[in-house]
Design a binder for this molecule. Structure first.
Ligand code: NAP
Length: 294
């Protein structure tokens, strides 16, 4: 079988690493990114950069999107230069961006109407896992469509978890990011409390690493950020805030209240408004510094 021609849209922290893994796996990859400068390294590898998403869709059998969220997806899909202007019925769209559950439903319906096979495949795992191709892919797809694209997905990830039909991948992703949001704020609050108690926050990590109940890869991954108070983005605060809002709207529309997640939203918004938009999500720690005595 001839390998599919792949179009990759969104060369940010995650997308550029994922697209490079597809190139490494030998796929014929054409890229598009809003900021054209990010396509240069792919052109240096002999890959083409399409002029518009529409142009990209015309050249490819499978289009993968990895952009910020609902608004970015709308910008890429709609309008005269958007993906759907190409009328790419018969092709496949794999959305790997984290979007809201409501947007994902809209996208699934649009693909169905346009006869585009839709795979809803957000990912768990951050920059290092994207880099070494070991992401966890949360798939919402029909069984047959998923099996056909499994080898492609496994060029970017270590495993595919089939959550159910299209839209189930996004719903699972939001459940998982609820954990991530609360683990991040838990870690930041614990470090802030240690400091207020006059303890070295390193002791928290030492204790967690010695404890079968608390030892956790995520805490280890964020240890340096917390201890050095340096926040280069692996997962940007702006995206955490976006996801927390998707979680709350998805829950709210089903009559479910999530009070702890609502508190995380407040703290993340406060940090975002203090200028940490593009910092790592662990920059929430900065919002927990004690107020100066007056
Ligand atoms: P990022 O570095 O901020 O990249 C965002 C990408 O979206 C860029 O290519 C950006 O284009 C594009 N974009 C944003 N708004 C757009 C618009 N209006 N029109 C067209 N393109 C637009 O983000 P990332 O960390 O790679 O994350 C990508 C997705 O993966 C997000 O949904 C995120 O929630 C999810 N995710 C991230 C992580 C992580 O740890 N980073 C982990 C799992 C899932 P420009 O380059 O032109 O700005």
């Amino acid at each position: 079988m001839t390998p599919p021609r792949i179009g990759f849209i969104g060369l940010g922290i995650m997308g550029s690493a994922m697209a490079k893994n597809l190139v490494k796996a030998g796929y014929d990859v054409t890229v598009w990114n809003r900021d054209r400068r990010k396509t240069e390294e792919f052109q240096a590898l002999g890959r083409e950069a399409a002029a518009t998403p529409k142009d990209l869709a015309r050249r490819c059998d499978v289009v993968i999107t990895m952009v910020t969220g609902d608004e970015a997806m709308e910008a890429v899909l709609g309008g005269p230069d958007g993906l759907f202007a190409a009328r790419f019925g018969g092709s496949t769209l794999i959305n790997m961006s984290t979007v809201s559950s409501a947007y994902c439903e809209k996208l699934a319906a649009l693909c169905f109407r346009e006869a585009v096979t839709f795979l809803d495949c957000p990912v768990a795992g951050s920059k290092p896992l994207a880099g070494n191709g070991t992401l966890i892919i949360l798939a919402g797809a029909e069984e047959k469509a998923l099996e056909k694209r499994r080898p492609l997905l496994l060029s970017m990830g270590r495993t595919v978890i089939h959550a159910g039909p299209p839209t189930a991948g996004t719903r699972l992703k939001l459940c998982v990011n609820l954990l991530l949001a609360q683990m991040t704020t838990g870690l930041c609050e614990s470090a802030a409390l240690a400091k207020a108690f006059g303890l070295d926050p390193e002791l928290i990590f030492r204790t967690a690493e010695a404890s079968p109940a608390l030892d956790c890869g995520y805490f280890r991954m964020k240890k340096e950020n917390i201890l050095k108070r340096e926040f280069p983005p692996a997962f940007a605060l702006k995206d955490l805030l976006k996801d927390v809002r998707y979680i709350l709207s998805g829950a709210g529309s089903r009559g479910l209240e999530l009070p702890v997640t609502a508190a995380v939203e407040m703290l993340a918004a406060k940090t975002y408004n203090s200028g940490e938009r593009n910092s790592d999500l662990t920059s929430i720690l900065k919002s927990l510094d004690p107020r100066e005595e007056r």
